[in-house]
Design a binder for this molecule. Structure first.
Ligand code: COA
Length: 138
């Protein structure tokens, strides 16, 4: 298995994986244009785990120059509990360190118990004294 940045030709396959593997509640819809926009701004942000030509996992390691944030951590259902999520998180953290970031964070749904276990196993702790405040722009 290799981990590498996504290429433009792979966006449809990434969207298909997210449909069946990602946390999809309470968020803006994913579109090809949205990923193209991400890669135009930061070509290395979307990291894929590829095994035998199949995309088996993803994470977006987003860095805005001030803070970093993890999005779209997802592993194909038939490949879970084999360390792929951990490798993706480690790759994202390596990227953040190279860019000079000092802390990684991720938004996680309160009801997503599977994700809680995975984040905790990789050293992340829930921060109970903060809440996210949001406003739709469209
Ligand atoms: C969360 C997710 C990415 C984890 O990927 P993964 O490849 O299975 O994770 P890993 O194999 O690296 O897991 C490492 C450790 O995390 C913990 N963990 C992972 N999945 C877990 C689960 N469902 N329940 C409890 N602990 C879990 C375990 O400690 C595990 O070690 P173990 O398998 O030796 O017990 C995967 O379950 C997934 O894609 N879920 C749906 C999408 C999602 O919710 N993404 C997170 C959005 S915030």
């Amino acid at each position: 298995m290799i981990l590498r940045g996504a290429e433009a030709s792979e966006l449809a396959a990434v969207l298909e994986l997210w449909q069946r593997a990602a946390e999809n509640d309470s968020r803006p819809p994913d579109t090809p244009a949205a990923i193209e926009s991400l890669l135009a701004r930061d070509p290395d942000a979307l990291i894929l785990a590829i095994d035998n030509g199949e995309i088996v996992g993803t994470v977006i390691a987003g860095w805005d120059g001030w803070r970093c944030h993890l999005y779209r951590l997802a592993v194909a259902p038939h490949r879970r509990r084999a360390g792929i999520g951990g490798r993706l998180i480690a790759a994202a953290e390596d990227r953040f360190r190279r860019l000079g970031a000092t802390r990684a964070d991720a938004m996680v749904l309160d009801a997503n118990d599977d994700a809680h276990g995975a984040w905790a196993a990789h050293g992340y702790q829930r921060q109970d004294n903060w809440s996210r405040w949001v406003k739709p722009l469209r």
